[in-house]
Ligand binder design. Structure first.
Ligand SMILES: CCN[C@H]1CN(CCOC)S(=O)(=O)c2sc(S(N)(=O)=O)cc21
Ligand SMILES: [Zn+2]
Length: 228
């Protein structure tokens, strides 16, 4: 099959030809219009809680669209907030960025793009037996989105990842990250978030994602988010 991408001939406008779900009614990413976002009191009651384990020797892969760190069978869990009674387990995390630090995030906030966006992908282990099965259901996945702002201080945890990218220059290559990674350190201090029912932001665009996008960005350096 033709390889999907972001050019005029294989980009989001034509994904629906190859991936029918891309033409659906709950497609991500979206522009988050803060003026119409409503605050939901019972979300405040059911705090979003995560219990992330630090892990070493995680495998990092060059997906051809960025890097992806696999965390299968990790003990890292997410529950509460918009996730009902179900427990979601971390499967992988990855990053989206652009050619310059002026753009790169997938979600935008009142039309503004950030330099990049980290996605922590979890699946519903209460209801489903595998990640692939969960991705076929509307409440199958929960993805935490964290925006990257470019500033002067680098993010040590992101550095542990970016420092391995020179070893995986080509699509399909992978290597192990020797350092211990604690995904909690990727999260901003302010835990306010927007949430909505959406989809994978890339093909196959399954409409299976409960999105949780943190309002506060984390700071990384220019080098950490414009890697080529
Ligand atoms: C480059 C391909 N990206 C996708 C690969 N996977 C799809 C597997 O089909 C079930 S996935 O479920 O790991 C995810 S999550 C995700 S995003 N940006 O919405 O968080 C994109 C993809
Ligand atoms: Zn993503």
């Amino acid at each position: 099959a033709a390889e999907w991408g972001y050019s005029p001939t294989n980009g989001p406008d034509v994904w629906a030809r190859l991936f029918p779900q891309a033409g659906g009614a709950r497609q991500s990413p979206v522009d988050i219009c803060t003026s119409i976002a409503s605050s939901d009191s019972n979300l405040e009651m059911k705090k979003l809680t995560f219990a992330y384990e630090s892990q070493s020797d995680l495998r990092i892969l060059n997906t051809g669209h960025g890097w992806k760190v696999e965390a299968p069978q990790s003990g890292s869990r997410l529950e509460g907030g918009p996730l009902g009674e179900d427990i979601y387990q971390l499967e992988q995390f990855h990053c989206h960025w652009g050619e310059t630090s002026a753009e790169g995030s997938e979600h935008t906030v009142d039309g503004r793009a950030y330099a990049g966006e980290l996605h922590l992908v979890h699946w519903n282990t209460t209801k489903y037996q595998s990640f692939a099965e969960a991705a076929q259901h509307p409440d199958g996945l929960a993805v935490l989105g964290v925006f990257f702002d470019v500033g002067n201080e680098s993010n040590d945890e992101i550095e542990k990842i970016v420092s391995t990218l020179s070893e995986i220059k080509f699509k399909g290559q992978f290597t192990d990250i020797p350092d211990v990674i604690d995904p909690t350190t990727f999260l901003p201090s302010g835990l306010g978030y927007w949430t909505y029912l959406g989809s994978l932001t890339t093909p196959p665009c399954n409409e299976c994602v409960i999105w949780i996008v943190y309002k506060e960005p984390i700071t990384v350096t220019e080098e950490q988010v414009t890697y080529h």
